[in-house]
Design a protein around this ligand. Structure first.
Ligand SMILES: Nc1ncnc2c1ncn2[C@@H]1O[C@H](COP(=O)(O)OP(=O)(O)O)[C@@H](O)[C@H]1O
Ligand SMILES: NC(=O)c1ccc[n+]([C@@H]2O[C@H](COP(=O)(O)O)[C@@H](O)[C@H]2O)c1
Length: 788
């Protein structure tokens, strides 16, 4: 019999042991906090009897843990000296769903990954908090009924001290104000009653959450006026303001839209009995009926708590038993640090700048699928704009549903899926590029849209598995999207981007065809219609001229920013598919060149380099993503285009590991306008990539192989892609930024694709012959051509 089974059997009547029985846990070590003498006596005895080591976290790690840690459903194996404890998770997958592991992944991704992969977790001091949360999740999943536990350690929100803390914070923090959830309870007459006669107050339905949200929105739009409306005075000079909104309530984390808005989340916990006692000494209107606490408030709390843990990350749990002063000091200190970190966003300490350069208004693009797609292009693009002050200057376009044959739902859905696909592709490509050995320690800059466009155009002519790979590789789901929908969505995106007037933006594609090569007319038609493709005939056998023609075209389209996309070309090339993008925008808030100074940029801890650092102090759109400890600055141009700069606290690699499209959406959504002193280096970078290996690695190997099926381009001549080249440039200065990129897809006949190489770089023989008379005119060997 294993030790775990014995242990369980012996304490079968103990409630905690019940749990062990239910989780069939075996233990070699028990983590606990002995100083507070909270170890359950039967367990202590059992541990002794079965030689289970009790590890005192407080004395050995200096970590004060809650007493419930003793219920830890892990099998910890400790090592001595206990610098590091290895905890093995007990393998019981069905009771420990990944969902719950995900709940806490934001805290330390690496550890959780290790937990998921190897069932082991390296626990260091700072991770104990995490484990406590993890424990909560596991316990909830196992359906532990805490009522049966002798140590009633339930936390509670009501009467935790929220109002007390909020009022004290408000007094200490200048320009702060409170919005309390209690003020939004619905009228008693509309609150539901259960069969016991208990009013169902502790649910979101009992609250006017919409009213609460609009109040919060009005603060977000203009906190200064909001303070004035509350008869509160602003205590700072204009331009220097930091406003703090304290939202307090017993169900605020359960309301998604509200919860998402918060920069910091605190949860005041108190034990069940203290909570019951505090609640009993308070009078609510209407007053709690006898038995209300145990009959309604308590069970409802259990549900709310579970729901909250399922949906909310990043809560700081506070021990509400601590003194009011201690709690206040802690939260005040924490909030002050948060404010400071929001104010000091200096773009100078990253390994290299991680730049999201793009057009984030794409979510607003209208699709034009269906009848006469062309006809509707661009209509309604510039009217019906909203200006959202609080998010800087994002222009949002509302859907115009009133066009003749427009089918907004179908087309918008297609466009949405294409935009999603493009976003996913952008991050996959970024991750592939940064992982390439050639790109280590180098700036990385490219145009995902240019690559997506070139490959989507290529996919028009692809068939079978080649098409499937391209489609999937581009992030499109073939069960939800057709090629036609992709074409139409991209056409719509191109049209909309090319129509922008506040910035100089042009994007398009071109086809260079060998004079004897005749692609399918349908392919050419689609290229022209959907991809704005211009067509040219060139003689690829005259390589110098062909290279010159393409480079000149790209140079013209990118205003000279990219003028040598093609360096060499095989004379057997039959088609060159090109996409380009050029962007030039002026900052909405320009930097003053007088403030640009030489300053240090830290490439890494040991590599300082001098750069021209631009600087300006103004109101900027910023967001601090706590989850990944990254500050984001959004620099707007005079249009819906903006540049996002993301500055991670813990090095770029940690950001690159987790970054995804959802982060961009989140950042974009929650940017707030604040006064910042911003420092951004001037820069002028160019990059060149060969994407052949990268794209193969992203699941698109067939386009380069003998198995390529481009019968949609040509049926007579079997062709394949021999190279996908990408170049990009970025110039950032005080006035604005210019960025350009081009992607070239070289298409060759399959039979000629592999040009064999013969290089006379070692001793060889020479024979000079007259073919007619078969006479050997000269003969010899060359051993060292350098010798005269
Ligand atoms: N840290 C604390 N220690 C002891 N009592 C507290 C503490 N914080 C609040 N209280 C008391 O608990 C009761 C409820 O506090 P309150 O702030 O109104 O809670 P909530 O807003 O969470 O319902 C009040 O009587 C208050 O004085
Ligand atoms: N303010 C009201 O209109 C009202 C009415 C009845 C019950 N309650 C109680 O208020 C509690 C929430 O407030 P506290 O977090 O301040 O305790 C809920 O548990 C709810 O049962 C409030």
């Amino acid at each position: 019999m294993s030790r775990g089974q014995l242990l369980c059997a012996c304490c079968h009547h103990g409630s905690i042991a019940d749990h062990w029985v239910s989780s069939a846990m075996s233990m070699t070590c028990l983590l606990s906090n002995t100083q507070e003498a909270l170890i359950h006596t039967p367990i202590r005895q059992l541990c002794k009897r079965y030689n289970v080591k009790i590890l005192s976290l407080l004395t050995e790690y200096g970590v004060s843990l809650r007493n419930y840690l003793q219920l830890f459903p892990f099998r910890p194996v400790c090592t001595f000296p206990p610098k590091k404890v290895q905890i093995k998770m007990y393998k019981q997958p069905k009771k420990m769903p990944i969902r719950h592991i995900h709940c806490i992944t934001h805290r330390c991704h690496a550890q959780i990954r290790s937990l998921q992969q190897h069932n082991t977790l390296d626990v260091r001091k700072r991770h104990f908090q995490l484990l406590v949360h993890f424990y909560f999740d596991i316990r909830a999943v196992m359906g532990v009924n805490e009522d049966n536990c002798s140590a009633k350690l339930h936390i509670w929100m009501t009467n935790g001290g929220k109002s007390t803390m909020s009022s004290s914070l408000h007094l200490r923090i200048p320009n702060s104000c409170i919005i309390a959830q209690d003020a939004f309870f619905k009228d008693d007459s509309v609150v539901a009653v259960d069969s016991n006669g208990f009013k169902q107050y502790d649910v979101l339905d009992a609250l006017h959450m919409d009213r609460m949200m609009s109040k919060i929105e009005s603060w977000r739009k203009d906190p200064g006026s909001f303070l004035a409306s509350q008869s509160l005075r602003t205590q700072c000079s204009v331009g220097e303001e930091v406003f703090v909104l304290i939202v307090e309530g017993f169900l605020i984390f359960n309301y998604g839209p509200l919860n998402e808005l918060m920069d910091k989340r605190y949860f005041l916990e108190i034990p069940y009995d203290v909570c019951k006692e505090r609640r009993g000494s308070r009078v609510y209107t209407p007053p709690d009926l006898p038995g209300y606490f145990d009959g309604y408030v308590w069970p409802r709390y259990l549900k709310n708590r579970q729901e909250m843990e399922d949906m909310v990350l990043d809560i700081v749990f506070l021990d509400g038993l601590k003194s009011k002063e201690d709690l206040l000091d802690y939260v005040y200190g924490d909030v002050t640090m948060e404010i400071q970190s929001l104010m000091v966003t200096k773009m100078r300490t990253a390994l290299c700048l991680w730049i999201v350069m793009g057009v984030f208004c794409l979510g607003e693009v209208k699709g034009h699928k269906g009848h006469g797609g062309d006809r509707h292009q661009g209509q309604g693009l510039d009217h019906d704009r909203r200006h959202d002050n609080d998010r800087g200057h994002n222009h949002e376009h509302k859907q115009d549903h009133n066009h003749g044959h427009h089918h907004p739902e179908a087309s918008d859905n297609g466009t949405k899926l294409v935009i999603q696909g493009n976003g996913g592709f952008a991050f996959s490509l970024y991750k592939q590029l940064v992982a390439q050995p050639d790109n280590q320690g180098k700036n990385v800059f490219f145009s995902p849209l240019s690559v997506s466009l070139a490959l989507a155009a290529l996919s028009v002519g692809a068939r079978g598995q080649t098409h499937q790979q391209l489609f999937t590789g581009l992030g499109f789901n073939s069960s939800l999207l057709t090629q036609e929908q992709v074409d139409q969505a991209l056409q719509s995106i191109l049209t909309q981007l090319n129509q922008k007037t506040g910035v100089d933006l042009s994007i398009g594609s071109a086809l260079f065809l060998h004079n004897t090569f005749k692609p399918h007319p349908e392919f050419l038609k689609d290229m022209k219609r959907f991809y704005r493709s211009e067509g040219f005939t060139v003689d690829f056998t005259n390589t110098a001229e062909a290279i010159d023609t393409i480079n000149k075209y790209v140079g013209e389209k990118t205003r000279g920013k990219i003028d040598k996309l093609v360096k060499d070309l095989d004379p057997t090339t039959v088609m060159y598919l090109l996409s380009y993008i050029y962007f030039k925008g002026k900052w909405e808030i320009p930097f003053d060149s007088e403030d640009t100074k030489e300053d240090t940029f830290h490439v890494d801890d040991n590599t300082p380099v001098l750069v021209q650092m631009m600087s300006v102090k103004k109101r900027f759109s910023v967001y601090y993503d706590q989850e990944i400890s990254t500050s984001i600055l959004q620099l707007h141009y005079n249009e819906s285009v903006s540049m996002m700069l993301a500055l991670p606290e813990k090095g770029l690699a940690s950001l690159e590991e987790v970054i995804g499209q959802n982060h961009i959406t989140k950042w974009h959504r929650w940017m707030k306008a604040r006064v910042y002193q911003v420092h951004v280096p001037k820069m002028s970078i160019t990059t060149t990539y060969s994407l052949k290996d990268v794209l193969s690695g992203m699941g698109m190997p067939d386009i380069f192989s003998n198995g390529a099926d481009f019968s949609g381009i040509s049926e007579d001549l079997k062709v394949a892609v021999s190279e996908v080249a990408h170049q990009a440039s970025l110039d950032v200065d005080e006035a604005g930024a210019t960025a350009a990129a081009a992607t070239g897809v070289v298409i060759m006949p399959l039979s000629f694709r592999h040009t064999p190489v013969l290089k006379f770089d070692r001793p060889f023989m020479v024979i000079v012959m007259d073919q007619e008379t078969k006479s050997i005119l000269f003969m010899g060997k060359i051993i060292n051509p350098a010798n005269k």
